[in-house]
Design a protein around this ligand. Sequence first.
Ligand code: UD1
Ligand code: CA
Length: 454
Amino acid sequence: MTERSCLSIILAAGEGTRMKSARPKVLHEIAGLAMVAHVAAAAKAAGGGDVALVVGHGGDEVRKAAARLDPAPEIFVQEERLGTAHAVLAARAAIARGHDDILVMFGDTPLIEADVLLYARRKLAGGAAVVVVGFRPQNPAGYGRLIEKDGRLVAIREHKDASEAERKIGFCNGGLMAIGGSHALALLDAVGNANANQEFYLTDIVEIAAARGLDVVAVEASAESVLGINNRAELAEAEGIWQRRRRREAMLAGVTLIAPETVHFSHDTQIGQDTLVEPNVWFGPDVRIAAGATIHAFSHIEGATIATGSQVGPFARLRPGADLHEKAKVGNFCEVKKATVEKGAKVNHLTYIGDARVGEGANIGAGTVTCNYDGYSKFHTDIGAGSFVGSNSSLVAPVSLGDGAYVASGSVITEDVEADALAFGRARQKQIPGKARELRERFAAAAAAKKKAG
Ligand code: UD1
Ligand code: CA
């Protein structure tokens, strides 16, 4: 298999008007990754990492986004939208390079899985000239029907062009095709546009190939995996399917999800074995969690690294650059951004730690805030190992606490504190014996006089 070269052509010239969006359809995201990137990733996983992307006139935004894709595709422009065969032929120069296999995919069909593509390629390796990925939708209206004769695929009839009898067929074209590279150009060039839409249909190559005595086969995929996205409701449906798949994969890999349907993964979330994720947790992009961590309920986590034995939440927010070392704790209503919380350190309640280091074993009291921003620039706070910050303290950066420093509750710390020193950054308490009673009597007398005066 590996010795067969493969070109993947992804069609993305459609306008996607039903998305009602300023953003091109294929750049809408599933699990934080553009649909077209999901398609390219599946292609790559199936050995079709040589990607040609066909964009429409004015597809600058798609082109720009495509440059960042993995794999980065070669871009072709379909100036006029004359049909799917015409779109494939926009990549003629790539096809002419003579790959063994050609996969044709749609940029708006993001749930396609590599194993379906690999299966189709295997059919090509076995001698098929064209492989169609079919499926059985609940409602076949609108899809191309797979016409079989004597158990052989002989044509695909688009819904608009199909007869009453043909419309009764439930086996439909999922839109994906694998074409033998040596046949591709000859078949595509033979496609005409004598149909209801006057479009050059890619699907017509089936009838052309069959008439030429070439081997044409259909393989079946699940309706989910060929779901095409046309509007935001379908986008959300695809997101749901993707999330279900990912949660299952995580659980089978040893992650405990107590209420899986309430946990949201990003396309790149990494999460280790025996990590426990409680209900209602959101993972944004770029999160890495080691084995044996605990993510308590209602936590919102992005761009964070979480080491073994760490505890996060409930109701914690970890923002990009949060780096929790082994057995660190970030508790309820805490926000951590661009900060390292070293081994065993605790940031447990109602705290903001930004642009900082919290040294090993340090304890940060409730309501502590690193004042990292003066409205113009960000500054660093360094908290030494084993130090203790009393509740409701403000650490005004740039500032550092030495190892073992102790900050009195309610302090505003503007100057560095040396190791093992105690720092007060607040007025000392004063006590006046009997003064409370005296005040009460005075206030009561004043109120009574006022009432009497009426
Ligand atoms: C297509 C198939 C149909 C199949 C269905 C599955 C054809 C002729 N029909 O129909 O058999 O059941 O998908 O969803 O292939 N595109 C271009 N340039 C064009 C035309 C289309 O890039 O000139 C792209 C679109 O952006 C889209 C894809 O090709 O991503 C499919 O085109 P679309 O018009 O949606 O085809 P369907 O009518 O859905
Ligand atoms: Ca479509």
